[in-house]
Design a protein around this ligand. Structure first.
Ligand code: PLP
Length: 394
């Protein structure tokens, strides 16, 4: 959905991040002065005449028709996210994977080639395998060297797919340099910004063509919705991404859009708290005798620390650490001994989560065990105490 062309809330010409979260896209007087917007829980929208129906899509006359295409509650959250990411438009999806598949599909045709970071979110890797039957091949590049990505580009490469930082190991490929290399060959760059959110990273400003999110994570923020969003600037991609939304139909329910509006209200203060708490936990772990290594991009020991600090305005809550005892049993026993951290997939919510898994392993490499944690909004000292007692049991 594009940015609103009127400003019922009298916002500054360039509203700040927090002001966008509280006000942009909202017209409170239009809904009886309610401080929170209504949930347009409609499938369909009615018209006063056949002519009004015929004219509905004329430029300047755009109005809502059917929620699989657009919905007023969803349009509020789309206008906020477009502005936060410094984009021209945003479209919401029924899940992060809905956003991933739509963004990629919008940029490829039969016989194309994709270049991706190697430690990409695993279902995204599965999606790349899934479209192999349409003649789409994918090359995975380990590490962050621009020359390695350039060597992987082929004449038929149409997409460079990035996460920076990636959600496991925290790989930080250099975004601006890779966009330059890709654009010189007519390749579009898609970046999954779920980890940093626009509060800490704005990839469109660094040259990316499309940014996407699992809004299930920090945008929702309360582990109570599943959603995705794709953001861009280019009008051609706007139309293509919207076509994927309408025809594949991974549409967001208006109630989930409303929950996302509510989640966005506190995104800045949650991200500040996640950052501070995760750093305290990461520092504690990096000094613990049973811990081999902590892979948090804000720590100087992280292999991509310098790149991370150049392109990020801050760091979030998800990172991995390895134990000196490199066995599955040791990693399982620490996670099983945790009391405050719950065991579960996903991240970005209010609650701390932990998983013992082989997140780092790039097939067909040997399995490397690690513990991945999402540092939630509990008192940081309580989380540190929990980790301390669990590590003592080793
Ligand atoms: C980095 C990343 N991208 C995309 C997704 C997919 O999002 P969803 O689960 O909302 O479909 C996830 C989910 O965990 C993720 O971690």
């Amino acid at each position: 959905m594009t940015k609103p062309d009127y400003d019922p809330e009298h916002l500054p010409s360039e509203p700040g991040f927090d002001t966008i979260c509280q006000h942009l896209g909202e017209d409170r007087q239009a809904w009886g002065g309610g401080a929170a917007p209504p949930i347009y829980q409609n499938s369909t929208f009615c018209f006063p005449s056949c002519q009004a129906f015929e004219d509905r899509l004329r430029p300047g006359n755009q109005r809502f028709e059917y929620t699989r295409g657009a919905n007023p509650t969803t349009a509020i959250v789309e206008s906020k996210i477009a502005a936060l990411e410094k984009g021209e438009w945003a479209w919401c999806f029924g899940s992060g994977m809905g956003a991933v598949s739509a963004a990629v599909n919008a940029c490829i045709k039969t016989g194309d080639h994709i270049v991706s970071i190697a430690r990409v979110y695993y279902p995204t890797r599965q999606f790349f395998s899934h479209i192999k039957r349409f003649g789409i091949e994918t090359t995975y590049v380990p590490g962050v060297d621009v020359a390695d990505f350039e060597a992987a580009f082929k004449p038929n490469t149409s997409v460079l797919y990035l996460e920076s930082p990636s959600s496991g190991f925290g790989d930080c490929p250099p975004i601006a340099a890779l966009c330059e290399a890709a654009h010189a060959r007519g390749i579009r760059v898609i970046l999954d910004n779920s980890w940093a959110t626009p509060y800490f990273l704005r990839p469109l400003e660094l040259g990316c063509d499309l940014v996407l999110h699992s809004a299930t994570k920090f945008f929702g923020g309360h582990s109570d919705l599943v959603a995705g969003v794709v953001i861009g600037r280019d009008a051609e991609l706007d139309a293509k991404v919207h076509t994927e939304l309408r025809l594949i139909g991974s549409v967001l329910d208006p109630f989930a859009a409303w929950l996302m509006i509510r989640g966005l209200r506190t995104l800045p203060i949650r991200m500040e708290q996640h950052q501070a708490s995760a750093l305290s936990v990461a520092k504690f772990l990096s000094e613990h005798p049973q811990v081999e290594r902590v892979y948090h991009p804000a720590l100087p020991a992280h292999p991509h620390h310098e790149i991370a600090m150049q392109q990020l305005h801050g760091t979030s809550s998800l990172f991995c650490f390895t134990l000196k005892e490199q066995t599955k049993q040791a990693h399982y026993s620490v996670v099983d001994a945790l009391k405050l951290f719950h065991i579960g997939v996903s991240w970005g919510g209010h609650e701390s989560l932990a998983l013992a898994a082989d997140f780092f392993s790039i097939p067909p490499e040997e399995t490397q065990w690690c513990i991945r944690i999402h540092v939630g909004l509990e008192t940081p000292n309580d989380l540190i105490e929990d980790l301390k007692q669990a590590l003592e049991k080793l």
